[in-house]
Design a protein around this ligand. Structure first.
Ligand SMILES: Nc1ncnc2c1ncn2[C@@H]1O[C@H](COP(=O)(O)OP(=O)(O)OP(=O)(O)O)[C@@H](O)[C@H]1O
Ligand SMILES: O=P(O)(O)OC[C@H]1O[C@H](OP(=O)(O)OP(=O)(O)O)[C@H](O)[C@@H]1O
Ligand SMILES: O=C(O)c1cccnc1
Ligand SMILES: [Mg+2]
Length: 599
């Protein structure tokens, strides 16, 4: 206890969930660059990097941003231990000077400023999800771990959100992927981020209980085929008594009670003799499970034959439980035609409710699993089915349909000088400058466009027409009169200087105005801020609770225009830049690109 307290002394917040996330979780080249920056005396030059992706995953037109909390936890605790410094010393190619090691011993992220879009927000290509500003060598070291923390998190959250959209709001979705995930971190991450993306629970057998404990995610689960096939006959059940749910009486032989219910339903005319002798070893398994969990009886019914054995056996046990005042939960189907089997099972439940007068029996929960993915959920929805809950594993947690998101981390400014990265492929040209990003909403409440502006441009205003330009395609542009303007990048880590882009309004406004009048691009981007205008003690955004991030994500998706999020041929969402930023990008582009010579 005391050791833990002293370990945490002076800590601003807990470290990342995975203890492997340390400053060494980076590429060696980040340290070799840091040394070269240091040798060149450049290490403290102030750099701005943007983290963004270029293309939405899964053939869609949206992405959900996740992983921010883990990034901030890394940044808040970024400090090399002596042992780590000596390991870097050994690992650097050739020798390095002692002064560099002393420098490494001192670095932390107290002079780094992090602006980010809030976790769980729907985001689009090119718009920075995170903007990191600070000493170039330190921010460079952060490139690999923050990309690592954001890439899978955003990909799997998006995957979960897509499964949620196709399943519909009324269905329960369970993440069943622990056994198939890419190792323990992939599994824990998937549990956390699928929950953010709109899943309801994670399984409760086996180790993913760990995710439940770590993040407070609700846990649910059923049982496996092995449990069913491990029983041979009801004679194996020795302890047969079950107390009624209110404790007022005890049924001494629950097995016999179940058998009597099974005979009753076997002869129900309206079931038309759809089953005869059921599998007795399966019945034994169900009875044992019910004796262990009389309040949570959910049976896997497809081990032998769903309609001829699993469902009638389940009904017999559920009716016996009902006689003792318990309410069974339902069934799980794990093979076969899930649309057909769920509908048939539902019919049987309704028949029993009606014929035997057991209120609520028709509403037994039907869970389905087995290689489910977006396509099968879509097919099931189109066919019509009676499934209430889906358990989804492999396709969800491994992001089977797309292996990586492809976020990148690009330098956009150094020492107040905007930088650009050119590419033969226009979509890969980076957008220079320290920027501000806004989402503009239209009169119907949907977001219309995201716009990036230079840091010191005036913010778009409600009711004022603003020209939104495609960053690279000259002919693509639109005027937008926003009904609502939302600033996307918020300060999540202010750094010790409390440097801020929210400058005191009057002197800065004057400065901005005077610059605007000159109309020369070079002076507009960017104007260095006089030090006296820096605000100390800047407000930092709180990291919300997981449940709030999930609620935010669900709300965000509800606010999207349906054609942007539909599965087939979705409409691309417009990501734009201001007219000034457009001009500046192209000015810098021409400036940096050498002119070719043809001979
Ligand atoms: N009604 C349906 N429409 C479309 N796909 C379905 C439907 N029902 C089930 N599926 C999907 O079809 C696949 C069936 O898997 P598979 O062919 O391996 O058969 P199975 O039912 O698992 O058989 P087994 O009894 O051998 O386990 C799964 O991916 C499942 O999600
Ligand atoms: O979406 P999924 O990847 O199917 O994940 C869920 C599956 O995992 C479990 O069985 P498992 O697949 O281990 O065995 P089974 O295929 O023999 O049922 C469970 O019964 C589901 O079928
Ligand atoms: O709880 C379950 O039913 C479950 C969990 C993981 C994988 N398959 C099933
Ligand atoms: Mg399976």
């Amino acid at each position: 206890m005391e050791a833990k307290a002293s370990q945490n002394a002076g800590r601003v917040m807990d470290g990342p969930t995975n203890p492997m996330v340390t400053p060494l979780l980076t590429d060696l080249y980040q340290f070799t660059m840091a040394y070269a920056y240091w040798k060149a005396g450049k290490h403290n030059e102030r750099a701005v990097f943007d983290l963004y992706f270029r293309k939405n995953p899964f053939g869609g037109e949206f992405t959900v941003f996740a992983g921010l909390e883990e990034c901030i936890k890394l940044i808040a605790n970024f400090k090399l231990t002596e042992e780590e410094v000596s390991f870097i010393h050994k690992s650097l190619p050739g020798s390095c000077e002692e002064g560099f090691l002393n420098y490494l011993r001192e670095i932390d992220c107290s002079d780094v400023e992090v602006y980010a879009i809030s976790e769980g927000t729907v985001v689009f290509p090119k718009v920075p999800l995170l903007r990191l500003e600070g000493p170039v060598a330190v921010v460079q070291l952060l490139e690999t771990p923050v990309l690592n923390l954001v890439n899978f998190a955003s990909l799997v959250t998006t995957n979960a959100a897509r499964h949620r959209l196709v399943a519909g709001r009324s269905k329960m979705l369970f993440e069943f992927g622990l056994r198939r995930a890419q190792g323990p971190d992939g599994a824990i991450g998937a549990s956390k981020y699928c929950y953010i993306g709109g899943f309801d629970a994670t399984r409760w057998f086996a180790d993913n209980v760990a995710a439940g404990r770590l993040f407070g995610i609700p846990l649910r689960g059923t049982h496996s085929h092995a449990f069913v096939s491990s029983f041979m006959s009801p004679d194996e059940i020795l302890e047969r008594s079950l107390c009624s749910s209110d404790g007022s009486s005890t049924c001494e032989d629950f097995v016999t009670l179940v058998h009597s219910w099974l005979s009753k339903i076997q002869w129900l005319k309206s079931l038309g003799g759809i089953f005869g002798e059921t599998n007795q070893s399966e019945l034994a398994a169900f009875i044992s499970y019910a004796l262990a969990f009389p309040n949570n009886f959910l049976a896997l019914v497809d081990t032998y034959d769903v309609i001829r054995s699993g469902v009638p056996n389940f009904c017999a046990v559920a009716l016996a439980l009902s006689e003792l005042g318990y309410r069974a939960v339902g069934i799980r189907l794990d093979s076969g035609d899930l649309a057909y089997l769920s509908s048939e099972a539902r019919k049987i439940f309704h028949t029993i409710e009606k014929e035997l007068g057991v209120p609520g029996f028709g509403k037994m929960i039907i869970t389905a699993s087995n290689d489910l993915n977006e396509e099968t959920l879509d097919a099931l929805r189109k066919q019509g089915h009676e499934v209430d809950c889906f358990g989804i594993g492999t396709y969800l947690v491994t992001c089977y349909a797309q292996a990586a998101l492809g976020c990148v981390f690009k330098l956009v400014e150094i020492n107040n000088q905007p930088r650009i990265k050119l590419s033969e492929d226009v979509s890969k040209v980076s957008i220079p400058c320290k920027k501000r990003c806004y989402r503009l909403y239209g009169k119907e409440g949907y977001s219309l466009v995201d716009i990036m502006t230079g840091e010191n441009e005036p913010c778009p205003k409600v009711g004022e027409r603003i020209l939104c330009r495609h960053p690279f395609s000259e002919s693509k542009r639109a005027y937008v009169v926003p009904k609502r303007v939302e600033e996307l990048l918020k300060c999540y880590w202010p750094g010790k200087s409390g440097r801020s882009s929210e400058y005191p309004s009057s002197p800065w406004k004057n400065l901005a105005l005077s610059v605007e009048h000159e109309e020369t691009i070079e002076t507009v981007f960017p104007v260095p801020l006089p030090p006296q205008y820096r605000i100390l003690g800047k407000v930092r955004e709180e990291l919300p609770a997981l449940k709030d991030i999930r609620d935010h994500c669900i709300k965000q998706l509800e606010q999207m225009r349906p054609d942007h999020i539909r599965r087939l041929n979705p409409t691309p969402y417009k990501v734009s830049v201001s007219a000034k930023l457009y001009d500046f990008i192209h000015f810098l582009w021409l400036n940096e690109a050498p002119v070719g010579e043809l001979q």
